[in-house]
Structure formats: C-alpha cells, structure tokens
Design a protein around this ligand. Sequence first.
Ligand code: NAD
Length: 378
Amino acid sequence: MSAANSKSALGTILALPGDGIGPEVVAEARRVAAWLADTRSVAFQFIDGLVGGASYEAHGVPLTDETMRVAMEADAVLLGAVGGPKWDKLEFKFKPERGLLRLRKDMDLFANLRPAMVYPALAEASTLKPEIVAGLDIMIVRELTGGVYFGEPRGITDIGGGNRRGINTQVYTTQEIHRVGRVAFDIARARGRKVCSVEKANVMESGLLWREEITKLHAAEFADVALSHMYADNCAMQLVRNPKQFDVIVTDNLFGDMLSDEAAQLTGSLGMLPSASLGATDSSGKRRALYEPIHGSAPDIAGQGMANPLATILSFAMLLRYSFNRAVEADLVEQAVGNVLEHGVRTRDILQPGKTLVSTKAMGDAVLAELERLTKTR
Ligand code: NAD
C-alpha cells in the first residue's frame, strides 16, 4: 500500500481501483482530484490499495486485513469495480466480490445513496419519453444492512412428503429505521426538502413500524422537510409514470434494491451512475463512507480505453459533498460533466449520432478542460 502525500490535505482517501475497467475510471477521477488540489487547494492524501481479483493475485485474498484497517481509518474510500472471468471459478471466500462485501460489512455501511440523474443531453438514451425523464434528479436512500436479506430465521428445511420450506424474515428495529431516515432527511435538506418513505404498511407489520417510526422521526427532528408515504408497488409504478415528482426516496433493503435499479434504468446509461454507501458518524463527527460507480468491471472492454469514467468522477463529486462537505466543488464537478455532455463529447456507451466519440482519457481531458473554463468564467 502506498500513500501519495498532499500538502495540507483535508483528509485521507483510500483508492481501491480493483479490476477490469476499475483502474482506468479511477485514474480519471484522480486527475479531477489533482486538479482540485492544484487550482483550489482542495487536496487529499490518497492511499493506494488493492481489492478484488487484483488483491487476490498479489496477496491470495480479495481484501487483506491491512487494507481493511486502512479503510476503517480513512475519511473515505473510492472504489472502481471488482470481478472478472479470471476469478469466476475461485472458491467462494476468494471471489473478488467478497472483498467488496467485507468492506461494506465491516464499515457498517447502512445507507446506500443512489442518485438517478438524467442530464438533458442524454434524455434520448432512456427507454422512457425524453419529456418524462429530461432533467430528472432523484436520490434513492436504501437501507443496506438489515431487512429480509439478513433477518433470522432463514433457510430451507425439509418438511416431509417431498416438500421443502424456504424462509426469510423481514425485520427492522426503531434504531435501524431512524438512522437511515436521518440520512434521507439530512440529504433532502440540502436538495428539494422532500422525502417519500416507501414500504408495504398495508400488508407487512415491519412496513407499518417503518411508517410509524419515520413519521415520529420527522415530527421530532425534521418538520422543515415535507414527508409523504407510498406503498412500494405504487412507487414502482410512479417511477415510470412521473419520476420527477420525487426528490428523496427512503426505503428498506429489498424494496430499495429493486427501486434503485428501476430508477437507474430511467437514465439509460450504466456508465453515468455514481453511488455512495454511508456508515454511522463517530464521536469525532467522522462518518465511514465508500463511493463507487454502480457499474461492474466490464471485462469486455477493459484495457481498451473505451470505458466511461463519468460515473466514477460523479462518485468523487459525491465524496466531496458527503464526506468533506465541499458542496461548491461537488457542484463544479457535476456542472463540468453536464457541460461536457452538452458539447456532444461521448464515450461509446453513450454515443449518439452526430456526437464525438472519445476515449476514457479524452473524456477525463474534456472534464478537466471544462473545469478550467468554468472557474475562469465564474
Ligand atoms: P458490468 O457493469 O461490468 O457491464 C455490463 C455492460 O455495461 C458491459 O457491456 C460493459 O461493457 C458495460 N459497461 C459497464 N460499465 C461501463 C462503463 N463505465 N463504460 C462503458 N461501458 C460500461 O456488469 P457485468 O458484465 O454483469 O459484470 C462484469 C463483472 O463485474 C462481473 O465479474 C461482476 O461480478 C462484476 N460486477 C462488479 C460490481 C462492483 O464491483 N460493484 C458490480 C456489478 C458487477
């Protein structure tokens, strides 16, 4: 593991590029970070580490204890992607994904933030009509460490007579609901001040508890934010009917899994979507956090300079906003990305007729050039 020192760094970032296109896209986000350090004195100390197949090749495990320790101490982790056919046949515990799962589990990242934004220039890429999605900007906050994916009892049992029974348990506590609710309300305060809480209170006791506890939390701490409630099946429908009605959606692990993928599809472009996973704030005010594009390691295009780095650059913008409270710089990076798209610069995944096809690095160049231009004209 190696550290790149920055003068008067605001904090440490563990960079874990991972496998496939991971190193290519993280490299472009690092160039944006270097630009911020040089031109605006917003500097970080980067520590380079390995995760996934890259770590397995070097150390025989998808994440070493030492890298885990550094992740726990860092102010933020910036990850590329893990996995690839080379490691598909490994024993379960050595698979690249185990490295990522261990990071999420040991850092106790309970709130997954998935923005679904449609830049006007990319509205045509959605499967929905452009007028339904153009300018869409919603945030889905999904509870990530509880609910039916972890609840006990679980398992498959033989109940005789050739029958088996499969059980999973949906379970939430007040504390789990409040901590993810707080994240959603806090984020809404910095956006459109609207939260829609989603569950199935009509048929599930855990959903009823969710609704009651979110309502209590809202009344006690966030009365300045507008709160609405919606059943998950209706939310799935509303997301394709009129997605722009939402600002922040907060929901549980299972519904969040599905609704965030549905919202991602509204944008039509995997290479554009960032994410953040947040943990609890400790006594010093530090919150563990991991930022990553939602796409995978794209082995089919790895090493060819074809990957779209914008999801990773936008993940870095989220890091600026949520781990370092640098909203001005986060806005600047997001604005630069939007302008580059307006100028018709495209990697292959978002190419449209009449636009300019560029490589991963040239897309990074275009973002840097736009950052320069924006700061000169401001
Ligand atoms: P994928 O997201 O890697 O790729 C799906 C398709 O989208 C591919 O055609 C790919 O070329 C394209 N694509 C993805 N990101 C792109 C980008 N930034 N720019 C341009 N095109 C892009 O999903 P997959 O093919 O199902 O999985 C490939 C590997 O990634 C597997 O090993 C899988 O386990 C892993 N994976 C990892 C993560 C993660 O690290 N968080 C997430 C999903 C999949």
